[in-house]
Design a binder for this molecule. Structure first.
Ligand SMILES: *[C@@H]1O[C@H](CO)[C@@H](O)[C@H](O)[C@H]1NC(C)=O
Ligand SMILES: *[C@@H]1O[C@H](CO)[C@@H](O)[C@H](O)[C@H]1NC(C)=O
Ligand SMILES: *[C@@H]1O[C@H](CO)[C@@H](O)[C@H](O)[C@H]1NC(C)=O
Ligand SMILES: *[C@@H]1O[C@H](CO)[C@@H](O)[C@H](O)[C@H]1NC(C)=O
Ligand SMILES: *[C@@H]1O[C@H](CO)[C@@H](O)[C@H](O)[C@H]1NC(C)=O
Ligand SMILES: *[C@@H]1O[C@H](CO)[C@@H](O)[C@H](O)[C@H]1NC(C)=O
Length: 929
């Protein structure tokens, strides 16, 4: 958190430096008495012809009578005496770019001193080489213009150039930067995101630009340099930003800097790979005001010499491996630096010890100490830091009491951020804090009872996160908790009861509201539907219809009302919510048909109606919802045929779950067109006919390497994203996981009336992890191609009419952990193989003609089988004797490891689920289909 917001700050700072040269901002103000030169007007018209001006920015560029003075055109500036065009600014809007290409005729504007074409979209075209003849150019801004190809080396002819920004384009990797050498007047050079990995002498080149004051080579893949260029005495740099490269401590960059008698003011070295102790030598640079070292691998503490850095205002060391006592760090900064430091970022290190008295840091405005190993109490002296505006102390195991004294003089505090600790918050009920907060973040804290009443005195907050903080209160009369402006509010995971107060419709416009996992009841008021993101899941809410339809909000993107007590028919006013991407209504008591306005949800990607009592056929207006990725209708009373259009109209479907309804008829072959499909669950319906051979078109199930389409939806609100939960059935029990990367790719057609043979085409789906065809009327032999499904972990073909031998190819699937072939007509010898040796007899019961291990029955001409437990010693605990004997602990163990390996860091939920299962396997075993 600290790193990123600091990164932002620094970016902004450097951005200003790069964007606002000392030229003043007198663009476009033509001189009233002048007429522009005919030739230059013609040139401008030619330039316009190459541009695509979707937003009519250049409407003033016109040859109509009365408008021909091009000095008055937008973005054009002429010099006073001669009326020549000297400045051209085509950087008009950062959201509505000009498109097309930059005309080579530009070179005819010979008097041009300044050209700004940033924030446009030149579609990877090249910067015109002819620009090299504009010998008067001093200021050149090509940044964020989507230029491509090579940077023309002819730029080196522009010997008057003082300012050059080439950042954020799509240039090819330059072979060298030799063309920069002649630019001896250059003062500002920004090349952010230009890949300089081949330019091994970049430092030598920039070192020779005598007047360079600002150098930004951020995200340039700069190669490490192991020889210091000759240092002439001093460089003139004020700002040096080399962040986000792969520079290491063994590179000579630091040595160069420390030896060059620099007077740099802002130094950005974040997101590199600097290691070891922080070099003392930074402190020799007395001019330093900003030292940005976050996201490296620095260890230890802060050198004592830093105490002498009397100009240091901002020090960022977040996301490193610092490990000393905070008291020592504070001590090492005390001298001069403590008086000047305004912002101190130490977030996410391993800093230890207690929270020291910081009153000697009298200028401190921003303090980030979160995610360290600080412990003990927070001293009341904190309340004396009267300049403090933003305080982040969460994620440390602090103890003790936080009281009003901790805030006594914090009149400027705007942001307070604390989480995960056992501090006791003790404020009197009529406390009037000295501050007006903008952001309050008390997450997973012990707030004790009640919503903090002192919030009523806060008039300017817009960010309130009190989630999981043991709040036991009613919301019914707490309307005051809702801010008066667009807000972010998260009160989830508490014990807040009562009903949501009814506020005016506009009060939540554009907001993000999460009140999930509480005990709210009653009607949902209209105003909450005016936000962009609304999560009311896991409450006891019971009324929806009227309030939903009274709201009208195309900007709502996310609506989760799942796990409530909503009942009745679904209201028919979804046309007011056309922007909805995620709609989750599962686990309620809705009944009736899907109303037709659901067909207006043309942006919808996730529609989850599972576990309700919806009925009727799948309505054809669902065809309009063509962006669907996740469709769950499980456990309802839908009936009729599975419509033909389902495969054709929803080409992006990844999860299709129609489980446990009353669908009948054949599986439409169009389902095979769903090339992104990963979960196909049609179990527990009345589907007849045979399994379509075209299943081999399910490309996504064919690819076990490709991580597949992640079902992660992002939407433009605060870059929120949402990851679908998917439910996987395993022996009649549901397991929830967040479907992020490759997860279970599965086909479940069990408990239908499918007949015919298992098509051999199924053998191409080698990404498949689980295949369940049990409880159907399938006949014939098990195709030997099934052995090609080498990702398979679960195979259930039980309760069919399959006959013949078990194909020996099955023994080749070395991940197979679970096999169920019970109640068929299989015969002959059970295959032998490492996995097969782990399955126990009940996997085969109800097939009287099978023989061989692990059955007691010998095949003809064989000796008595070996002791059946022989191969099951390494960690596999046989569940034999339990009611459902063939699940082995081995399955869980290996499934756990397999899944955890691929999901760790992505979804802790799953890990929890699986380890939970591990300790509850006995309980699980008792649950049957
Ligand atoms: C060009 O105009 C934009 C506003 O449209 C302004 O932000 C930018 O600073 C101008 N460029 C220069 C070089 O002054
Ligand atoms: C961008 O350029 C490509 C060719 O390089 C062209 O196919 C495409 O249509 C151009 N796009 C626009 C929006 O001009
Ligand atoms: C660049 O300058 C060289 C001489 O230094 C000259 O020969 C060449 O023509 C110039 N290029 C352009 C495109 O003006
Ligand atoms: C840094 O190096 C790693 C490999 O060591 C590479 O994957 C990464 O892309 C590099 N980053 C940059 C910004 O060059
Ligand atoms: C304080 O500075 C000394 C000398 O630079 C250093 O050895 C020590 O590790 C520093 N201590 C802390 C806690 O930063
Ligand atoms: C809620 O807070 C408790 C400690 O108070 C913590 O153990 C738990 O992990 C937190 N839950 C979530 C979902 O953050």
């Amino acid at each position: 958190m600290g790193g990123s917001s600091l990164q932002l700050l620094l970016t902004f700072f450097l951005f200003l430096l790069c964007m606002k040269p000392a030229l003043g901002n007198y663009w476009g103000v033509g001189n009233a008495n002048l007429n522009c030169k005919e030739r230059e007007r013609q040139t401008l018209i030619k330039i316009k012809e190459d541009l695509i001006d979707d937003h009519d920015h250049l409407s003033s560029w016109s040859t109509e009578v009365g408008r021909e003075d091009c000095c008055k055109w937008r973005g054009v500036h002429c010099n006073n005496h001669a009326g020549h065009v000297t400045q051209l600014n085509l950087s008009i809007s950062d959201v509505e770019p000009l498109r097309g290409k930059l005309s080579p005729f530009l070179s005819e504007l010979q008097y041009l001193t300044s050209l700004d074409v940033s924030y446009n979209d030149f579609n990877h075209t090249q910067i015109p080489k002819s620009i090299a003849s504009l010998s008067n150019l001093r200021h050149l801004d090509f940044s964020r213009a989507n230029f491509g190809r090579n940077i023309p080396f002819q730029l080196g002819n522009l010997s008057s150039l003082q300012y050059l920004d080439l950042g954020w384009n799509n240039f090819n990797e330059p072979e060298n930067l030799e063309w920069l050498r002649p630019l001896s007047s250059l003062s500002v050079l920004c090349m952010t995101s230009v890949n300089l990995s081949k330019v091994n002498n970049w430092l030598h080149v920039v070192n020779q630009l005598p007047y360079l004051t600002v150098l930004v080579l951020r995200t340039c893949s700069l190669p490490n340099i192991f020889s210091i260029p000759h240092v002439n005495s001093s460089n003139s740099l004020d700002v040096l930003n080399l962040s986000d490269n792969n520079l290491t401590s063994s590179s000579s960059v630091l040595e160069w800097l420390f030896n060059s008698n620099t007077s740099v003011v802002g130094l950005g070295l974040s997101h590199n790979q600097f290691q070891g102790l922080i070099p003392d030598a930074f402190s020799k640079i007395h001019s330093l005001e900003l030292l940005i070292l976050n996201d490296n691998e620095f260890e230890g503490g802060i050198p004592k010499s830093f105490s002498g850095m009397c100009n240091l205002k901002i020090l960022s060391l977040s996301n490193n491996n610092l490990s000393e006592l905070l008291l020592g760090i504070v001590h090492n900064l005390t001298g001069s630096a403590n008086h000047s430091i305004e912002e101190l970022y130490l977030h996410n290190n391993h800093i230890m010890g207690s929270f020291p008295d910081l009153t000697a840091f009298s200028s401190l405005r921003v303090l980030f100490l979160s995610a360290n190993r600080l412990s003990g109490t927070i001293p009341e002296s904190l309340g004396k830091q009267s300049n403090l505006e933003r305080l982040y102390v969460g994620g440390n195991p602090f103890e003790g009491v936080i009281s009003e004294a901790h805030f006594s003089k914090l009149t400027k505090l705007k942001v307070f951020h604390i989480y995960n600790n056992s501090l006791v918050f003790n404020f009197s009920s009529n406390w009037v804090p000295p501050f007006q907060l903008e952001q309050l973040y008390f997450v997973s804290c012990q707030l004790g009872f009640g919503l903090p009443k002192w919030l009523q005195t806060q008039k300017s907050y817009y960010w309130l996160d009190l989630s999981n903080s043991t709040i036991l209160d009613t919301l019914s009369n707490s309307y005051w908790i809702f801010p008066n402006q667009k807000f972010y509010m998260n009160l989830s995971d508490n014990q807040i009861s009562g009903h949501i107060p009814n506020l005016s419709l506009e009060s939540s416009f554009g907001s993000i509201i999460d009140l999930s996992s509480n005990e709210l009841e009653g009607e949902i008021p209209s105003f909450v539907f005016r936000g962009v993101h609304l999560d009311l899941s896991k409450n006891m809410l019971s009324k929806l219809a009227f309030s939903l339809c009274a709201a009208n909000n195309n900007s709502l993107r996310f609506l989760d009302l799942s796990n409530n007590r909503l009942s009745g028919e679904l209201p028919d006013c979804w046309m007011h919510f056309e922007g909805l991407k995620i709609l989750k209504l599962e686990n309620n008591n809705f009944h009736g048909k899907i109303p037709s306005s659901v067909g207006s949800l043309i942006e919808i990607e996730t529609l989850d109606l599972g576990n309700n009592n919806f009925s009727g056929e799948l309505p054809s207006f669902l065809k309009n919802c063509s962006k669907l990725i996740f469709l769950n209708l499980r456990n309802n009373s839908f009936s009729g045929l599975i419509p033909m259009w389902l495969g054709r109209s929803h080409p992006n479907l990844v999860d299709l779950i129609l489980r446990s309804n009353h669908f009948y008829g054949r599986m439409p072959p169009h389902l095979c067109h769903l090339t992104y499909l990963q979960i196909l669950d049609l179990a527990l319906n009345k589907i007849t006919g045979s399994i379509p051979k075209c299943l081999n078109n399910l490309i996504s199930l064919m690819d076990k390497k490709n991580p597949s389409v992640a079902i992660s939806h992002s939407y433009e609100v605060l870059s929120l994203s949402y990851v679908d939960h998917t439910i996987w059935m395993w022996k009649g029990r549901e397991y929830e996981y967040r479907n992020n990367h490759v997860l279970v790719k599965s086909i479940d057609l069990s408990s239908n009336k499918l007949n015919g043979v298992i098509p051999k085409e199924i053998g191409v789906l080698d990404g498949l992890i689980s295949l369940n065809l049990s409880n159907n009327l399938l006949t014939g032999k098990i195709t030997s191609d099934i052995g090609l499904l080498y990702s398979l972990e679960v195979l259930d073909l039980s309760d069919n009419k399959l006959c013949g031998e078990i194909p020996s190819t099955l023994a080749l699937i070395d991940r197979l952990n679970f096999l169920n072939l019970r109640n068929n007509n299989l015969s002959g010898r059970i295959p032998i193989g490492p996995q097969f040796n782990t399955f126990i007899a009940s996997a085969y019961e109800g097939n009287p003609n099978l023989c061989g291990f692990p059955l007691p029955k010998n095949c003809l001409g064989e000796e008595t089988p070996q002791n059946p437990t022989v191969n099951r010693s390494n960690g596999d605990i046989s569940m034999q004797g339990e009611e459902d004997g063939f699940i082995t602990l081995g399955f869980y163990v290996s499934a756990t490891i397999g899944f955890v390996a691929s999901f760790w860091g992505v979804c802790g939920t799953l890990l929890l689920n699986w380890s939970w299962q591990l300790s509850n396997f006995k309980f699980l075993n008792n649950i049957r289909d």
